[in-house]
Write a protein that binds this ligand. Structure first.
Ligand code: M6R
Length: 364
């Protein structure tokens, strides 16, 4: 049932304020500022590092979480693609927790990577959407993301729920390890509780996003740029676009522009810049100006302050509400998803069943 939407993907994008609220409620009991896990057996003070493994969109959720764990909990994190990890056979110390992220819980490479870690890692933890799945069953601790059934092949609400749960896990690690003050923890939890409201405000930008998407649908290639927490999201935005619109897209760290991709920029190249007005904003803006100096067409996704400061010369802007810096990748997922969605609709592709793709990749 598409609940009045044209596609499951549109319905699932629209559901995010509700499912993310559910995910937050289940790990952050009302009244408290401490994250509570369904299984209390995960003690971050006993761990030296985290190894995170996943595929596709779930891999980008892990890359985002690396920034959170390192910044908030001062915990070293390794992230790998499951198909690489399993055959590389990396050494795993017994002070490592191995964490597997998978919507379906059935992805063959991720499951094989999990089995490789059995008997090596201190704990096998999974972040999954399907509690009965193989990955959930074979983990010591399975953390559900509460996204509900996801039908669209392009993952949307599972991604924002994965991010929400991973951020809460990083906050739990920070609390265990004493790396954030009570005030900082309270700040984060208050922002998390406000997340559904800002997600709704992001969804309200649908019309502006559709306009930008109309323009994107004419492009042959699109570049997505982001820095820091926005870098994994740039890659996720590019993946969404290529999956459903079949437009070639790449996500790059803004600082890498000069090291190669700038050679691609000309008047035919749209560049989506994900840049809330945060500590690295000025750096991203200077990369954006390098794009415009070469006639690249910039779509700037930012907040009021960022747009006021940097909108000169851009092709179009997408305005996001203000949000706590840590939460920006969750919020900015909405414009990334809607850009891909409306571009695909403008091109007339099969949004929910894109060619050559399966919802769950159970063979290698
Ligand atoms: O079920 P999983 O989360 O393990 O799936 C991983 C990838 O196959 C999945 O995220 C894929 O990249 C999606 N089509 C992305 O939209």
């Amino acid at each position: 049932d598409k609940a009045g939407h044209k596609h499951f993907m549109a319905k699932e994008i629209a559901e995010q304020p509700v499912v993310v609220a559910e995910a937050i409620r289940s790990y952050l009991p009302t009244g408290g500022d401490r994250v509570v896990l369904p299984d209390t057996d995960l003690d971050f003070t006993k761990l030296d590092r985290l190894t995170m493994v996943a595929c596709g969109t779930a891999f980008y959720a892990c890359l985002t979480a690396k920034y959170w764990f390192e910044q908030l909990a001062k915990m070293p994190v390794e992230v790998d693609i499951a198909s690489e990890f399993r055959y590389r056979e990396p050494p795993i110390s017994d002070r490592t927790a191995a964490l597997f992220v998978s919507q379906s819980g059935e992805t063959a490479d991720t499951l094989a990577a999990l089995r490789y870690c059995e008997g090596k890692a201190d704990k096998i933890v999974s972040v999954i959407n399907v509690p009965e799945s193989s990955i959930a069953r074979e983990s010591d601790i399975a953390l559900p993301i509460h996204a509900g059934v996801e039908i669209g092949v392009a993952s949307t609400k599972a991604f924002t729920c994965q991010l929400s749960v991973l951020l809460m896990l990083a906050l739990k690690a920070a609390a265990d390890r004493g790396t954030l003050t009570d005030e900082e923890l309270a700040d984060h939890t208050a922002a998390l509780r406000g997340l559904p409201t800002v997600l709704n405000a992001a969804l309200d930008q649908d019309r502006a996003i559709r306009k930008s998407a109309q323009r994107l649908s004419e492009a042959r290639d699109v570049l997505f740029l982001g820095r820091g927490l926005m870098y994994p999201l740039a890659m996720e935005g590019a993946l969404k676009l290529k999956e459903i619109s079949y437009i070639h897209a790449e996500g790059y760290a803004s600082g890498e522009l000069k090291h190669g991709p700038i050679a691609l920029i000309d008047k035919h190249m749209p560049v989506v810049v994900m840049a809330p007005r945060d500590a690295v904003f000025d750096k991203t803006v200077s990369n954006m100006q390098e794009v415009m100096a070469r006639k690249g067409k910039v779509i700037l996704v930012s907040d009021d302050d960022g747009i006021a400061e940097a909108e000169d010369g851009v092709w179009s802007t997408i305005r996001m509400p203000h949000v706590h810096t840590s939460l920006a990748p969750i919020l900015y997922s909405v414009p990334a998803q809607l850009l891909a969605y409306h571009t695909a609709v403008a091109k007339g592709t099969d949004v929910d069943q894109p060619r050559n793709l399966a919802k769950s990749v159970t063979v290698e």
